[in-house]
Design a protein around this ligand. Structure first.
Ligand code: 7RM
Length: 653
């Protein structure tokens, strides 16, 4: 259970730069001014149910809903009695107008192959895949595991499940067979959809082999549908495994979309907690779609002619909400890229943006910091003038990286939307509306309309301006998770017992004098130095603002005098080597930026930081390394295990 030990978190970040939305952007935006944003919020606060009902009517309902919300704390039912289908809203709804022949998916494979699917073509493929699933015995409510590379068929498989009321559980293709087996077993999935392999940095990821390994201990799986992607040799078990190519294209493209209850589960997605086994976050249909559809307009200001690219893999919630369901429900043209950002060279992303004239680009701070490390020259080689809006998600973005993103990628012309949300929230909760809200580097700015975010003490009292506290949401919202799969107790204990009557996010935050929200990271990551609770993110941000530093992660180590001492793990720019002089310089730099309190007691130079596959730094592991603890616990979500060994070596060296 995430702890709320904090009464307050001391905040030290002082960032005063402010960027108003460019006038020409605002003039064309869905929401054009702060006044307009305030007016929408006022309406949402005055009558949240009427507000969300109006939003939900932007979707196609087979049967209209009656009651908007049944809130039986902490259980929500949205749009009661309505029937709806997610695939119908993402596809069929667009087929009787000009969007029918519009590109829905533009896909680029890592080797350089590419495909374009119009809405009609995508709808036909989804129909065929849905019929194929039916022929395998998949029924309404059955769980289907999807373990695929980032190819159009991954989205097709998700939408095919949605079409017939099957609940998909996408497992990121970078996960091991072990992690896959755990997730299949928890969901008791009946069918697994996979590929022979996937491409990653020119190498083959052996997906089918991993499935075979996993299925040795997954008794619930009856059939495996295998897409041919890379052409490697795989074993096909008779009676269980079927080639996509042999089954799907032969099906009829017509498959009626099931009219499902608004609360019918759309998917489960596993997210690792700090301890214990991964939680299967459950999202349902009507509320989730309402949330992701609205945010396409509010946050991404989506227009008919945009080319929209979210770089997240469909294995993460960002891929679910902002590569598949949100943009397709909104009728967007979505770009999908299969592979690594540095294949064949470090400029692949910029080359893709120029090639397809991408206008909206959404990525993660960890990627941005990597690009900074690779150097501006890679970017400068390409014409990025098609871009009009940039987004960030996944972690706090340090002001340094934000400024680089704005200048080098956005040409000082594109607003940046720093979007805060979680797997559990379903969609974006805190973010600027780019035509309405002035941005500040490092701040996710303000909560979206209808989202009752607050920063509070452990007792649940709102903190004053510029005080750190716990980030909570006071009222239910349509996209919220409904439960943890087969573990309602955990649902309650994880999110609804810490602060009376509210949803606890597990994050710390601060609200500044303008009401802007600054996310300070997981409260579990806070360091307590002599009774001052410091958000790790702010010390890290100070370190990264030094020219030599590429990335930094700070953790606390038990200290007899101070309670905790600050240990900083630092990677350097351009292969530079760290020495005692630089160490002193960095410590002094933090003192200058924040104050003596935050001075790292220890600065450790390292080649890489331990990260999850979605790019979040695993501070838990660093904390254990810093305090000399040898038992590291669950490391299945770690991207590169060798990083740990190296960190240990660095310690000895
Ligand atoms: C979308 C996603 C959720 C956690 C969340 C935060 C952190 C995400 C931001 C952020 C600061 C942001 N889902 N986080 N976005 N922190 N600013 N814009 O990442 O379930 O994988 O992670 O990620 O700690 O609680 S997630």
């Amino acid at each position: 259970m995430p702890s709320t030990e904090a009464t307050h978190i001391d905040s030290t970040l002082t960032e005063s730069r402010k960027f108003p939305p460019p006038a020409d952007f605002s003039a064309r935006a869905w929401v054009k001014s702060l006044d307009e944003y305030n007016a929408i919020c006022k309406r949402a606060d005055a009558d949240p149910e009427a507000f969300w009902a109006e939003c939900a009517r932007g979707l196609y309902w087979f049967k209209p809903f009656g009651k908007t919300l049944e809130w039986n704390f902490p259980h929500a039912k949205w749009f009661v009695g309505g029937t709806i289908n997610a695939a119908y809203n993402c596809l069929d709804r667009h087929l009787d107008g000009p969007r029918r022949n519009k590109a829905a998916l533009i896909w680029e494979g890592e080797p350089g192959d590419s495909r374009v699917l119009t809405y009609q073509m995508l709808a036909d493929e989804v129909g065929r895949c849905a019929n194929a699933l039916k022929s395998l015995g998949v029924k309404d409510g059955d769980r289907v595991a999807i373990y695929m590379p980032l190819v159009p068929e991954a989205a097709i498989a998700m939408l095919a499940c949605a079409r017939i009321g099957a609940i998909h559980s996408v497992v990121f293709g970078g996960f091991s067979s072990e992690a896959l087996a755990d997730r299949i077993n928890d969901a008791e999935a009946k069918v697994c959809i996979t590929a022979d392999g996937g491409w990653r940095r020119g190498q083959i990821v052996e997906l089918k082999n991993n499935v075979d390994e996993a299925l040795k201990k997954c008794p619930s799986i009856r059939k495996v549908l295998v897409l041919k992607r890379v052409g490697n040799k795989v074993e096909m078990r008779k009676g269980r495994d079927l080639w996509w190519d042999e089954l799907v294209p032969a099906q009829s493209p017509r498959c009626e979309a099931a009219a499902l209850d608004a609360e019918h589960p759309l998917y489960t997605l596993y997210t690792s907690g700090t301890t214990g086994k991964p939680k299967g976050v459950v999202h349902t249909t009507g509320g989730y779609l309402t949330h992701v559809l609205m945010t396409m307009k509010w946050v991404f200001d989506l227009k008919e002619d945009d080319i929209y690219w979210c770089t997240a893999d469909i294995g993460w919630v960002t891929g679910h909400s902002y590569t598949v369901y949100g943009p397709l429900a909104a009728g967007a043209t979505v770009l999908m890229y299969e592979g690594a950002p540095n294949f064949p060279e470090n400029d692949r992303f910029w080359q893709i943006i120029a090639k397809y004239h991408v206008s909206i680009f959404y990525t993660a701070p960890t990627a941005i910091r990597t690009f900074i490390k690779w150097g501006d020259a890679w970017v400068k080689k390409h014409d990025l003038s098609s871009l009009r809006l940039l987004g960030s998600v996944g972690e706090p973005i340090n002001p340094e990286a934000w400024m680089w993103y704005r200048k080098v990628i956005g040409g000082e012309r594109c607003p940046i939307v720093d979007t805060w949300w979680q797997t559990e929230t379903g969609g974006i909760m805190i973010s600027p509306m780019p035509g309405a809200i002035a941005t500040k580097p490092g701040s996710a700015t303000l909560a979206l309309p209808g989202i009752a975010a607050d920063v509070v003490t452990r007792e649940g009292k709102s903190v004053g301006a510029n005080q750190g506290g716990l980030l909570i949401v006071r009222k239910p919202w349509p996209g919220m998770l409904r439960t943890i799969y087969r573990d309602p107790e955990r649902y309650k204990n994880n999110y609804f017992v810490q602060i009376d009557g509210a949803y606890f996010t597990g994050d710390g935050a601060r609200r500044d004098q303008d009401g802007y929200l600054w996310i300070m990271g997981r409260v579990d990551d806070v360091i307590n130095v002599s009774g001052h609770r410091l958000g790790t993110m702010e010390i890290e941000s100070a370190l990264v603002s030094h020219a030599a530093v590429a990335e930094a992660a700070c953790v606390g180590r038990p200290d007899e005098m101070k309670g905790q001492a600050v240990v900083a793990f630092v990677t350097l720019e351009g292969g530079r080597k760290g020495d005692g002089r630089l160490r002193d310089e960095l410590r002094a730099h933090v003192v200058k930026e924040i104050g003596a309190l935050a001075r790292p007691d220890d600065v450790r130079f390292t080649e890489a930081l331990p990260k999850t596959r979605s790019g979040k730094i695993m501070r838990r592991l660093l904390r254990q390394i810093a305090s000399g603890d040898e038992t590291l616990g669950d490391t299945t979500t770690l991207e590169d295990l060798s990083v740990l060994a190296k960190l240990r070596d660095d310690e000895q060296g």
